[in-house]
Design a protein around this ligand. Structure first.
Ligand code: SAM
Length: 277
């Protein structure tokens, strides 16, 4: 099968290169380090359990930071997987910074927008991205984003026990965290809801990785199926409590695009480039 002729797996502008270096080196090992771990599998299964509810009736879904995604190598892995699943002809892959959506989606509309496992945390301008995404979604269109949270007791405990107190608090840095040339931001669920509200009605916020530890702290769970089963059971139990989303490694936010969008705010009033502190 040939991939969709519109796919473009290489970056075409300097803006697209910013996140390429960060993730290209990780692509080959990304699934082994995350997706294929016991915790990674349990977390992905929980996300998948939401997808039908949000996107079951959608015909065109935009995935920001897709599959294993928008560094060229991450995209190649995503395309290989799509090919193996026999659906690559239905998917277009574009190696563009999500902040430059207009370059590849102009004139197109979508009825769903997904972003899985922290891709939007890397966006340079979240309010700008939300406004751009809302313009490209049909009224009633669905948004499901899996976002890295800000307050993570598991992370505090893990690093404090190792005496790495700077790492324990790193997500609290008001200016975000520098990582491989990117700045990664960690909005709380309330902060993200405030950013989404002008254009979206919030449907649900759910914790992900509240009882289960982050994968870097979960090697011991690979060797302990019993502990894994208990923590996975508890994770699914607290998953219904939106309050726990504020204390999770990730959280899932589901929202519906409003029928009418607010007028474009004049330049300067909209805090372009500003991330919540
Ligand atoms: C942690 S990975 C998540 C990948 C995938 N969605 C998943 O579920 O495993 C974050 C992804 O976001 C992409 N990314 C980061 N910043 C980006 C940006 N500004 N524009 C587009 N993609 C970006 C990275 O290349 C990477 O593939």
């Amino acid at each position: 099968m040939t991939p969709s002729p519109r796919s473009a797996l290489e970056p075409t502008s300097p803006a697209d290169l910013r996140h390429v270096g960060a993730f290209d080196d990780l692509a080959a090992n990304y699934d082994a380090a995350f997706t294929d771990t016991a915790v990674g599998k349990a977390l992905r299964e929980i996300v998948w359990s939401h997808l039908d509810g949000s996107f079951g009736s959608c015909r065109r879904v935009l995935d920001l930071g897709c599959g294993t995604d928008a560094s060229p190598r991450m995209l190649q892995v995503a395309r290989q997987k799509a090919r193996a699943g026999g659906c690559d002809t239905q998917i277009e892959f574009h190696c563009v910074a999500m902040e430059s959506l207009a370059r590849v989606t102009d004139g197109q509309s979508f009825d769903g927008v997904l972003s899985n496992f922290g891709a939007v945390n890397c966006a340079a301008d979240l309010p700008g991205l939300v406004a751009e995404v809302a313009r490209r979604l049909t009224p009633g269109g669905k948004l499901l984003w899996v976002v890295m949270g800000r307050h993570v007791p598991w992370e505090w405990l893990w690093y404090l026990l190792r005496g790495e107190w700077r790492k324990a608090w790193r997500r609290l840095a008001p200016q975000g965290v520098s990582w491989r040339g990117l700045t990664v931001h960690y909005p709380t669920p309330s902060q993200l809801q405030r950013i989404l509200r002008p254009q979206f009605a919030i449907d649900r916020v759910s914790p992900l990785g509240c009882v289960l530890p982050p994968t870097y702290a979960a090697g011991w769970l690979e060797r302990s199926p019993r502990a894994r089963a208990v923590l996975t059971y508890l994770e699914k139990l607290v998953h219904r409590s939106s309050a726990c989303a504020a204390l999770s490694d990730h959280y899932i936010i589901e929202a519906t695009r409003l029928a009418d969008l607010p007028d474009e705010m004049p330049a300067g009033e909209r805090t372009r480039g500003a991330w919540p502190r």
